[in-house]
Write a protein that binds this ligand. Structure first.
Ligand code: ADP
Length: 362
């Protein structure tokens, strides 16, 4: 067992040698500890000025990188007031840190044995390179989205021209063409239609971010009712039995949530088994801070080896002439669910049926 003095020396050694900045203040806002890493990261040592001037002296800015952090939002001040903070991102830029630096800050109040607050402590780390990578990723994501959107939009026009001239040509030449040529024409027509669907789906995918709406209260029971009305024709054609459990009201982007249900239910109908009457169950279950929604069918099922792959863009397990589609529907669902901070996954047995699950925060 070490003596108190030895422990204290050891702690001092640790605090002086770690790469994380550590700063401690007493309840009056006097600095009582400022380790070398803090000096290096902030470019300066402790000041005698009051907390109201700290943001200005050290050049502490909020997440936008341009607004000086108000005194009430300074992590150290919040810690002195009893709050705990994890991973707050601040930008520090002052004449001693001229290139600027991004920090992730954790803060804790300091309490005495009786539980009274006697000060606060912050520990902070340099996350500048992580922030740069995130910025670059966001930029390239935006570029990619812009590219997909423009490409899909611009492809529509020549495709429309092909479609309409094909129609004109077939109307004019119908009587003169032999069976084989008519057959070729039909192939071209089908390919144009497929391409049109593909482009529409790609546009839908690329608009998930750009056309996103703020979250609102959504009554899922009503929403699913609407989805079922939209799919009425194919539900009747497939003679499906649809069972909808009690569904909650949640905060979500209504149009996007509708798209998720619509894609999952339409897939359940499309991939039904020819051997039995289609039954679809739509349920919701509350698990801590989440709702888990499920759309279960007794269709053809999916082999477990495909697992999460079907949620990738253009991933399909069947030939197009057997089951039409573009392989984008589930990727749209995934992107929407992730925008709602949820996850989507499937449990399935080949030849028995599939259950698609997705979570949304309450
Ligand atoms: P699409 O339906 O346009 O092919 P999706 O992204 O919606 O594209 O689905 C990807 C693939 O996942 C489908 O091609 C199919 O192979 C499989 N799949 C999706 N839903 C089901 C389901 N309910 N039952 C069986 N297979 C499914």
């Amino acid at each position: 067992m070490q003596s108190r003095e030895e422990t204290s020396l050891l702690l001092e050694e640790v605090i002086n040698s770690i790469g994380s900045g550590v700063v401690v203040v007493d309840s009056q806002g006097n600095f009582i500890l400022w380790n070398p890493a803090a000096r290096q990261l902030l470019g300066k040592g402790p000041t005698n000025e009051p907390p109201e001037r700290w943001s200005e002296i050290y050049g502490v800015y909020g997440d936008d990188g341009t607004t000086l952090l108000p005194v009430d939002e300074l992590p150290l001040v919040r810690a002195m007031r009893g709050q705990s903070i994890d991973g707050l991102r601040v930008y520090v830029n002052n004449p001693d840190v001229p290139r600027g630096i991004w920090l992730s800050v954790n803060a804790r109040p300091l309490a005495d044995r009786a539980g009274g607050i006697v000060g606060g402590v912050i520990v902070f780390n340099d996350i500048t390179s992580q922030k740069m990578v995130e910025k670059e990723l966001m930029r390239s994501n935006n570029d990619l989205q812009e590219f997909a959107s423009v490409a899909a939009h611009d492809l529509q026009e020549p495709l429309r021209t092909i479609g309409s001239f094909l129609e004109l040509l077939s109307n004019r030449q119908k009587d003169k063409l032999d069976d084989k040529s008519l057959h070729y024409m039909q192939f071209i027509n089908e390919a144009v239609e497929r391409m049109q669907n593909l482009i529409n789906d790609l546009l839908t995918y690329s608009r998930i971010q750009s056309r996103a709406k703020p979250f609102e209260n959504v009554d899922c029971a009503k929403l699913v009712e609407e989805v079922l009305a939209n799919l009425d024709t194919s539900i009747k054609e497939s003679n499906a039995i649809i069972n909808v459990d009690h569904l909650p009201t949640i905060k979500a982007d209504r149009a996007q949530l509708m798209q998720v249900f619509q894609n999952l239910i339409a897939n359940a109908i499309k991939f039904r088994s020819p051997e039995r009457r289609l039954a679809i169950d739509i349920r919701a279950q509350k698990k801590r801070a989440h709702w888990i929604f499920s759309v279960q069918d007794n269709g053809i099922g999916i082999s477990p080896k495909y697992g999460q792959r079907i949620f990738g863009l253009f991933q399909r397990l069947h030939p197009i002439d057997q089951y039409p589609g573009s392989g984008i529907g589930l990727s749209v669902c995934k992107r929407i669910v992730e925008r709602h901070s949820g996850v989507i996954f499937v449990e399935s047995k080949l030849g028995v049926g599939s259950s698609f699950y997705f979570t949304i925060g309450t």
